[in-house]
Design a protein around this ligand. Structure first.
Ligand code: 5AD
Ligand code: SF4
Length: 472
């Protein structure tokens, strides 16, 4: 028997990339590859790149420079190491990578991961291989299609891709170019994946997609299903106790999604709903297709359906032409909404996007200063949100043993890590925890009742509005 070959994947960027990394592992497992945490003893290293912000390609080339030394060292010991570049930089600059980095054997775009075994074989026979075409013949070919035996559970919480690509064309964003047009997977395939994961012990599913609530997949009844309808179906699958989805666009929030939040206890009351800016002028320049008041109305509809709902968002500071008053409008919106957390970024021009040609760049110093101010406000909201849990009893889905001996860690509805001293038997259960204190971003508490600690079924108990508001 040939010894297993070792695979090391370094993944950057979004949840989709994290999920894709697992998919690559699954695709390569039947070829005899097993994962290794160490790059030095790998037979295949995959850089799973992200192109969304800042000098991504330069980072890839410098990482490749480091890998060349590792590959040379392996060669000196008589071992051949393959290097592949995957992800959105591969998609955007495939042939440039082949030209500039002779150390690379395979370049593979996100739509072609299921061809990795063939690409490795082609690299072996022809020296190098490149595949970054968007397949036209099979519009679902590039979507996660691991063989039935390849989906393996990896703990309690798992992602499932339901759509890929985006048709929104925000002027700053590369996603419509690197991930292509929006395509949804059929409901039956998603339900199959979730069932298999549930059978393997997964209790929480996050449906993911670049624009997840643009989902419009073929339903078993032959009609087109929305995300809200899909969530209803997935909630029926035995074993699944928690559902989430990410990332949503405010324009694509329809009544079925709002109703799903009203009706499905398993659908967690925590929504990532990026707004990017609080200025209508900048939102128009970004081609976001919504105004500030549209966004506020969407938030109000969610809140009316489920009072304990909380939100996170993405913000870009320093978009071309952003004046101080636009930025102040963003701070005002944040204060009004009251977020449980947010990601914030300095604008960086992405080659090929419309905003990259816009004049009126905001200076680096101003961007830095705005980012600090925005993050201070978000941090204060996040701290208040977390502190509001102290003294309350909240439901936690336990995921694994923590680093501290005897401690088990799980997550609240709002993805806050929560630690308790308990037996590992509780892993996979949702149990009420009385929160005693907050340590950085982590909640510490005790199981609320010993009966439940011994495994009695937990009931769902949403936090009340007063427990989660952040002063908005
Ligand atoms: N510059 C800065 N931030 C960006 N994002 C996307 N493109 C850019 C860019 N060119 C941010 C947006 C998006 C998140 C995933 O990354 O906030 O929601
Ligand atoms: Fe990019 Fe999101 Fe805009 Fe689509 S909706 S173009 S993924 S920022």
């Amino acid at each position: 028997m040939t010894p297993p070959r070792k695979l090391h994947i370094k993944s950057y960027g979004c949840q989709m990339n994290a999920y894709d990394a697992q998919r690559m592992v699954d695709t390569l497992a039947p070829e005899g590859f097993v994962e290794t945490a160490s790059v030095d003893d790998a037979d295949l290293v995959i850089l799973n790149t992200c192109h969304i912000r800042e000098k991504a390609s330069e980072k890839v080339y410098s990482e490749l420079g480091r890998l060349r030394a590792v590959k040379d060292e392996a060669a000196r010991k008589g071992r051949h190491m393959n290097i592949a570049v995957a992800g959105c930089v591969a998609q955007a600059e495939g042939s440039e990578i082949i030209r500039r980095a002779p150390v690379v054997d395979v370049v593979v775009g996100p739509q072609s991961y299921h061809h990795l075994p063939q690409l490795l074989a082609r690299a072996k026979s022809h020296g190098r291989a490149l595949e970054t075409e968007f397949p036209v013949e099979d519009k679902f070919g590039f979507l996660p299609a691991p063989r039935p035996d390849a989906i393996r559970a990896r703990g309690i919480s798992s992602f499932v891709t339901v759509q890929e690509g985006c048709d929104k064309f925000c002027t700053f964003c590369v996603v419509p170019y690197t991930r292509g047009a929006e395509v949804s997977r059929p409901v039956a395939k998603i339900v199959d994946d979730v069932r298999r994961l549930a059978d393997n012990g997964v209790r929480e599913i996050t449906l993911i997609g670049q624009n997840v609530n643009a989902y419009h997949g073929e339903g078993p009844d032959g009609r087109t299903w929305s995300l809200g309808t899909l969530l209803r179906r997935v909630a029926e699958i035995p074993g699944i106790v928690r559902l989430r989805y990410s990332t949503s666009h405010p324009r694509d929030v329809d009544e079925t999604l709002i109703d799903a939040h009203r009706d499905l206890p398993a659908l967690m009351p925590f929504v990532h709903l990026p707004v990017q800016s609080g200025s209508d002028r900048i939102l128009a320049a970004m081609n976001r297709k919504h105004t500030v008041s549209n966004y506020r109305r969407v938030i109000d509809r969610f809140r009316a359906a489920r009072q304990d709902i909380a939100f996170s968002s993405d913000f870009i500071v320093g978009f071309p032409g952003e004046a101080e008053e636009d930025f102040l409008a963003t701070l005002a919106l944040i204060s009004q909404i009251g977020y449980a957390g947010a990601y914030s970024f300095k604008y960086s021009p992405r080659p090929g996007t419309p905003a990259a040609d816009m004049q009126e760049m905001v200076s680096a110093a101003e961007m830095d200063e705005r980012l600090v101010r925005l993050q201070e406000l978000i941090d204060s909201q996040q701290s208040a949100f977390n502190a509001a849990a102290i003294g309350n009893t909240v439901d936690v889905l336990f995921e694994r043993a923590a680093r501290n001996p005897g401690q088990i860690v799980g997550r609240t509805a709002y993805l806050q890590p929560a630690h308790v001293m308990a037996s590992p038997d509780i892993i996979g259960q949702v149990l009420p925890v009385t929160i005693a204190s907050l340590e950085r971003y982590s909640l510490l508490g005790e199981l609320a009742t010993s009966a439940q600690a011994q495994g009695a079924p937990a009931t769902f108990s949403p936090m009340t509005t007063s427990q989660m508001t952040t002063g908005a």
